[in-house]
Design a protein around this ligand. Structure first.
Ligand SMILES: [Zn+2]
Length: 376
């Protein structure tokens, strides 16, 4: 069944604000109350959305809240990071039903990465008793460069052997549903926009750091792609040309300074005595704190440049590195405020992202649903 642009808009809004009244839908969509009544009736008749509890809207009137019908669709998200791969299945309310992860290096020996990934995916589906034909859409987010027209992973800078992988073509042998592919920072931005803190924010940046750096930039409610779909490559901007060679081939990339492995190397280089920087940080080790201050400054300088260029309303920062080393985040924020133009920071909010370590997989799942709705 084909749906109109207005019907899809209402479906998207119910996905975003799961539990929303018709009055709020009218306000957010600029559609008339009469149109909203008609559209929601059709969407309820088609089992796409459903009515929930009544809430008081003041003046004694009660409003019925509308929700996505959780059982209508099932989505599969695949988050391919430089370090971990995550699979997750969600219902139509974006609740994760099953999730698994494994290390990327488990696929190092495989000659055909896409087929090896598919094999792991099939095992996951088998363990969760999921039939591939019951999946309605698949979203794949990759920490690397993708060609979304040719449905191909072009390169994962942190991993060898992931060049020109026609991942969708291989997956189509098993799945008949739509499969969507994009860069992981962009899918993370979609999750923040749809389900997270950025629902009403039009200009924002998501930054996720663990074993690599991923970022997504949304300007005027549009994902920034650039002319060759390469934009937002924050991890590979040059931060210190005298620093070592990056796996991407360039010298002194931001990823050469601030990722888990790089912080460990820096900590050891400064003669840190604990087994890891995380362990040292727990004991208030001076060297660990100095490394956090110096690297937080490097990230803060890079992001202050981004703030001056794009003047976002918010930067949502997250990832395991900040959970282990919270001071890194404080130093990053401090440097952004200090270095970026004061008129650009007036309305700038620096916050942790909504899903922490789940940002990537929530990105892949949300990306699947949003694209799926647009094709209904
Ligand atoms: Zn690089």
């Amino acid at each position: 069944m084909k749906y109109t642009a207005s019907e899809k808009e209402i479906l998207s809004l119910v996905t975003m604000y799961n539990g929303i009244s018709r009055k709020q839908l009218a306000e957010l969509s600029d559609l008339s109350q009469a149109s909203i009544t008609k559209i929601t009736k059709k969407l309820i008749d088609d089992d796409l959305i459903m009515e929930g509890e009544r809430i008081s809207s003041g003046l004694g009137r009660k409003e019925v809240l509308l929700y996505s019908n959780p059982h209508k669709f099932t989505f599969l998200g695949i988050d391919i990071g430089g370090y971990l791969v995550r699979f997750a299945l969600s219902n139509n309310s974006m609740e994760v039903l099953h999730q698994e992860e494994f290390f990327m290096d488990e696929l190092d020996e495989s000659h055909n990465k896409d087929e090896a990934l598919l094999e792991r995916l099939n095992q996951f589906l088998k363990r969760t008793n999921t039939i591939s034909s019951n999946i309605d859409a698949i979203g794949i987010g990759v920490t690397g460069l993708v060609d979304i027209e040719q449905n191909m992973i072009l390169n994962i800078p942190n991993r060898k052997g992931w060049d020109e992988i026609p991942i969708i073509d291989i997956f189509k042998k098993t799945f008949s549903c739509p499969i969507f592919l994009d860069e992981g920072g962009r899918t993370m931005a979609i999750a923040e926009k749809t389900l997270g803190k950025a629902k009403e924010i039009r200009d924002f940046i998501v930054v996720q750091i663990g074993f690599g750096i991923v970022s997504g930039i949304m300007i005027n409610d549009q994902l920034l792609r650039g002319s060759s779909n390469v934009s937002s490559l924050l991890g590979h901007i040059t931060a210190d040309e005298n620093a070592g060679r990056c796996l991407c081939g360039n010298y002194g990339c931001l990823e050469n300074i601030i990722t888990f492995p790089m912080l460990e190397i820096e900590y050891k280089k400064r003669n840190g005595l604990y087994s890891s920087i995380g362990e040292a940080y727990k004991h208030n080790d001076k060297i660990a704190i100095e490394v956090c201050v110096d690297t937080g400054k490097a990230l803060g300088i890079a992001l202050s440049n981004v703030v001056n260029l794009f003047n976002p309303n918010a930067i949502y920062i997250g990832g395991p590195i900040f959970d282990v080393l919270p001071m890194l985040l404080e130093e990053t924020k401090r440097t952004i405020i200090l270095r970026a133009n004061r008129f650009a920071t007036l309305a700038l909010s620096l916050e942790e992202n909504s899903f922490g370590q789940q940002q990537g997989i929530m990105g892949a799942l949300t990306f699947a649903k949003i694209n799926f709705i647009s094709q209904l």
